[in-house]
Write a protein that binds this ligand. Structure first.
Ligand SMILES: Nc1ncnc2c1ncn2[C@@H]1O[C@H](COP(=O)(O)OP(=O)(O)OP(=O)(O)O)[C@@H](O)[C@H]1O
Length: 284
């Protein structure tokens, strides 16, 4: 199964002063799989993403992306090079689109690096019309492909900031996919979506995995999304891994149920989380 590894996280530790946000975390995410990272608030999920995508330099540990042309050590790569050179794309908990640009422009800007390469990073290169215009045409085709895929073709000329919230979430995913990632990191993509939008998101993410062959790393509080589409679930609590397995095994794991219920006798799980974790929300 070694060939199937996409991301290897080994002994990752992230400290902020005296606070240990991630404590000696190791896990593997495979190619063509959706790997979910779940856990209560403050468990360290976003910190893992921030280490993988260069926002934080880990205190300790090794983060290896097994790209098609060989392994890349993410913790040694400058943050801005990670999407460009290592093929790791990301969406954010709080949507970060270019709201003053159109929907189409957001998808073209995402391909800026490839267009600049085609221009040979020079004015002269821009006038090498054959090469640059081929790259421009390919960028527009890719944008059109993703506009169709996320159902936003008819809104291509809208300002991104005027899209409804659920559409902005889909546009953010489309923008990330326009960078041709090998690993797509999604930070709470279902947050704020209604049940219909959430179901559409499931279909989109499964298609990114199955049709595009892209591995996804997913932080999500919506257990219906996690349980329905994940191949593999990692559970964090206070920065430590407490479970690692398929969704069925994880949802029945007593350590996971305990982490969500807490030790406090008065704690109650929201009914939808309890249902997905197979527990009686009032049972203590
Ligand atoms: N830049 C930072 N400086 C100091 N502490 C931080 C920083 N970033 C995260 N933390 C702390 O690290 C811990 C883990 O935070 P993190 O945001 O990764 O959790 P999370 O599992 O993503 O939570 P949530 O589900 O609420 O988004 C928290 O105690 C948080 O306060």
């Amino acid at each position: 199964m070694t060939d199937n590894k996409l991301l290897e996280v080994e002994h990752l530790t992230m400290r902020f002063g005296g606070l240990v946000a991630i404590d000696n975390l190791s896990f593997t995410a495979n190619k063509r799989e959706i790997t979910a990272i779940i856990g209560p608030n403050g468990a360290g999920k976003t910190t893992v993403f921030n280490c993988l995508t260069g926002f934080y330099v880990p205190t300790e540990g090794r983060l290896t992306l097994h790209a098609d042309d060989g392994p890349r050590l993410l913790e040694r790569t400058e943050g801005f090079r990670i999407p460009r050179n290592n093929g790791v794309a990301r969406t954010f908990q709080n949507i970060r689109l270019f709201t003053g640009m159109t929907v189409l422009e957001n998808l073209i800007v995402a391909q800026h690096n490839r267009l600049m390469e085609a221009s040979a990073f020079s004015i002269a290169g821009l006038f090498n019309l054959g090469r640059y215009s081929r790259a421009e045409k390919a960028a527009i085709e890719k944008a059109e492909f993703w506009l169709n895929k996320v159902g936003l073709y008819d809104q291509a000329d809208w300002n991104a900031g005027n899209l409804p919230y659920g559409s902005q979430r889909r546009l953010e995913i489309a923008r990330a996919m326009c960078t041709d990632p090998s690993l797509l990191c999604l930070d709470e993509p279902a947050a704020g979506l209604n049940p219909r939008e959430s179901a559409e998101l499931n279909v989109l993410l499964q298609s990114i995995r199955d049709d595009q062959g892209v591995g996804c790393l997913l932080i999500e509080h919506d257990m219906s999304v996690v349980m329905q589409i994940s191949d593999h679930v990692i559970v964090l609590d206070y920065g430590r891994k407490i479970a690692d397995g398929n969704p069925e095994a994880v949802k029945n794991d007593p350590a996971v149920i305990r982490a969500y219920l807490g030790e406090d006798e008065d704690d109650e799980l929201p009914p939808e989380v309890a249902a997905d974790l197979n527990v009686d929300p009032n049972a203590h």
